[in-house]
Write a protein that binds this ligand. Structure first.
Ligand SMILES: *[C@@H]1O[C@H](CO)[C@@H](O)[C@H](O)[C@H]1NC(C)=O
Ligand SMILES: *[C@@H]1O[C@H](CO)[C@@H](O)[C@H](O)[C@H]1NC(C)=O
Ligand SMILES: *[C@@H]1O[C@H](CO)[C@@H](O)[C@H](O)[C@H]1NC(C)=O
Ligand SMILES: *[C@@H]1O[C@H](CO)[C@@H](O)[C@H](O)[C@H]1NC(C)=O
Ligand SMILES: *[C@@H]1O[C@H](CO)[C@@H](O)[C@H](O)[C@H]1NC(C)=O
Ligand SMILES: *[C@@H]1O[C@H](CO)[C@@H](O)[C@H](O)[C@H]1NC(C)=O
Length: 576
């Protein structure tokens, strides 16, 4: 029951869709309202930053976008531009503008939602109503001439619609879009390709892919894509046999949510003081990867940072460390995580894990659902959280499935939920990047705004009410206890893997970071204020690895004494 809804974090005409399990409509304009507000706030701040006109700013913004979007952006500006210009020239702030255009409204019985405002916007609700009416009067004659009509959703604006449709199509994949032999591995990077799972070195043979047991010792063909093949001319034995057979090679996978997939929205897309053409250079690839960065994530990170214009920080991962331990593990990673996953929905996506008990090598699977079982955007947030009984049920369903598909001697690590109170404690008084120039929109206001529109990814923790935050943590702790209990009492049921429980590494990592005299916000994503950032992802890797090496060395396996030889014979083993 994975329902896709629009948590529209927005930029220019890029209405970005992420997946959230939502069963109820948002209110007060919801994501259309937030999208409008963010864009208008960006345009107004840019106009001030550069001392330019609104017309110049709008043109400039379209020119930043990748070529395929420019004409669509121009279409959108043609529709929206004239009214925006009139409103802005008359001093309408983002709230007044977006209410005048009816992307935002105040539904019956709901409060008026206040978004990102310039420092000068101080008025009461009734003064606000008058401003909105006056503004609407000013644009009435213009609205008749454009294709806009009041009450349109943001994604229905001509030009924007096509971009929204393209985004929806791009993020709809759970398995590689280009996979010619249907083995769930791809030679293409994005759209759930090799950014997510080891690159397929033979995309026309369904028996050759990363993690496969080698065929005929890989004497001629590299059937597991780890870059090790051929025959040692001295011994006449295959290299795969000589260098890997006794080394206990293994893969690694994560079954998880947006933390596992590594969600990241570049602040350079929202921050008027940072925005530039460079920031949008990779926008297509970024969206084709669902705004996730699995290639730089804690479990499956495998590259170096190729795009420092839109993401900064070191890359470190369990995969990279397993590969350093044993080069025979090259390319054997799978990121089976998606934005919005919880213990219920993971029972669908887990079926895309590509592992077969007899044909493949063992694998280390982390079950890492960090918070969506307690996170939702609804006012009755507690009623919609997963109960301990459901958690037990869901997790057992996952484990029973894994026991059928995982090769013998695999390992499964159940990770506890995070304590999301760290978000408020680290961020609430800081300024959100969407108002860097005005300096007015704190994360506390950001939480209130999203809760007012009922579009928050996590009302329980992104909340200014401490009681609500504490109660959310209480439920998260109960759900973690279920995982710990399953590990203790059900272990012996699973014949193909060893089962472990691990406390959530994020909170441990933040404590350790603070003990080094650093600040917790340095590890948190600035735009969504909800995930660990690149530095956080890399730092968490170290915390998990320390736990594994000290408590469960059998998970990481022995150090392969042939690593140097493999490197000298096979170089980068085909890269990624
Ligand atoms: C603002 O001015 C800077 C410096 O002149 C320029 O590089 C940038 O493109 C301008 N941005 C916009 C949105 O006009
Ligand atoms: C902004 O531009 C206007 C018109 O070009 C000019 O008169 C004004 O001095 C500029 N202001 C600043 C702060 O640069
Ligand atoms: C547990 O799962 C079974 C089968 O899927 C279902 O019939 C039952 O209602 C579930 N129990 C709870 C508490 O969710
Ligand atoms: C799995 O491997 C273990 C240890 O190597 C072995 O004792 C066990 O019999 C194997 N189980 C199956 C079903 O092959
Ligand atoms: C905080 O939330 C609790 C639980 O919903 C509620 O009882 C309380 O009135 C709220 N406090 C404030 C200050 O809104
Ligand atoms: C642990 O699980 C067992 C059965 O699965 C249950 O009887 C017991 O109450 C659970 N204990 C806790 C502390 O949840």
């Amino acid at each position: 029951m994975k329902l896709t809804s629009t948590w529209c974090l927005a930029l220019l005409s890029l209405c970005v869709l992420t997946s959230l399990p939502v069963t109820q409509q948002s209110v007060n304009g919801g994501s259309s309202c937030a999208t409008c507000t963010v864009i208008v706030a960006l345009v107004e701040q840019l106009t001030e930053v550069n001392n330019s006109t609104v017309v110049e700013t709008l043109d400039k913004l379209c020119s930043f976008l990748p070529a395929q979007f420019k004409p669509l952006c121009d279409t959108a500006i043609k529709a929206l531009g004239p009214v925006l210009i009139v409103l802005m020239v008359n001093g309408a702030d983002p709230d007044v503008t977006c209410h005048a255009l009816r992307f935002c409204q105040t539904d019956p019985g709901q409060p008026t939602c206040r978004g990102i405002l310039p420092p000068s916007s101080i008025y009461t609700d009734s003064e606000f109503e008058i401003k909105v009416l006056k503004a609407r009067n000013k644009i009435e004659h213009l609205m008749l001439k454009t294709k806009l009509r009041l009450g349109l959703k943001f994604c229905e604006i001509p030009g924007v619609k096509e971009i929204c449709d393209w985004i929806k199509k791009s993020v709809a994949h759970q398995e590689p879009a280009f996979d010619f032999d249907n083995d769930a591995f791809s030679a293409y990077t994005n759209l759930r390709g090799s950014a997510w799972r080891g690159k397929d070195c033979f995309d026309d043979d369904a028996n050759m892919y990363p993690g496969a047991l080698p065929k005929d010792g890989d004497k001629e063909l590299d059937s597991n894509c780890n870059g090790i093949l051929g025959v040692n001319p001295q011994t006449k034995k295959s290299y795969e046999d000589e260098l890997c057979a006794t080394s206990q090679p293994r893969g690694v996978a994560v079954l998880g949510d947006s933390v596992g997939a590594h969600f990241h929205l570049p602040p350079q897309w929202f921050d008027a003081t940072l925005i530039s053409e460079k920031a949008f250079f990779h926008a297509v690839s970024i969206i084709e990867n669902e705004l996730d960065w699995p290639m730089m994530s804690t479990t499956t990170g495998h590259g170096t940072n190729e795009w420092p214009d839109v993401i900064t920080g070191p890359v470190d991962s369990i995969y990279l460390r397993l590969r350093e331990r044993n080069r025979c593990n090259h390319r054997d990673y799978q990121n089976i995580a998606a934005n919005g996953e919880d213990s219920t929905s993971v029972n669908q996506i887990m079926r895309t894990l590509a592992r077969r008990p007899k044909q493949d090598r063992p694998i280390v699977v982390t079950y890492a659902l960090v918070g969506n079982d307690v996170c939702n955007g609804h006012p009755d947030t507690f009623d919609r959280m997963t109960t301990p009984a459901q958690m037990f049920n869901n997790t057992m369903t996952t484990l029973e499935y894994l026991n059928q598909v995982l090769p013998n001697n695999s390992h499964v690590i159940l990770m506890g939920l995070a304590d999301g109170r760290v978000l408020f404690d680290s961020m609430s008084s800081r300024i959100h990047p969407a108002s860097t120039y005005w300096g007015t929109f704190t994360y506390a206001k950001f939480y209130d705004y999203m809760n007012c529109l009922q579009i928050s990814p996590c009302r329980g923790w992104m909340n200014t009410n401490q009681t609500i935050r504490d109660l959310t943590t209480k439920r998260a702790d109960q759900l973690s206890a279920v995982l710990a209990n399953i590990t203790l009492t059900k272990k012996s049921r699973f014949s193909n893997f060893n089962l472990y429980f691990m406390d959530n590494p994020i909170n441990k990592a933040i404590k350790k970071w603070e003990s080094l005299g650093r600040q917790s916000w340095e590890l948190i994503e600035p735009v969504d204020g909800f995930h660990n950032n690149q530095l956080g992802q890399a730092f968490v890797t170290g915390v998990i690895w320390d736990d594994l090496t000290s408590k469960y060395p059998e998970i990481i396996g022995p150090l392969n004494p042939n690593n140097d030889l493999i490197q000298s014979l096979f170089g980068d083993q085909g890269g990624y």
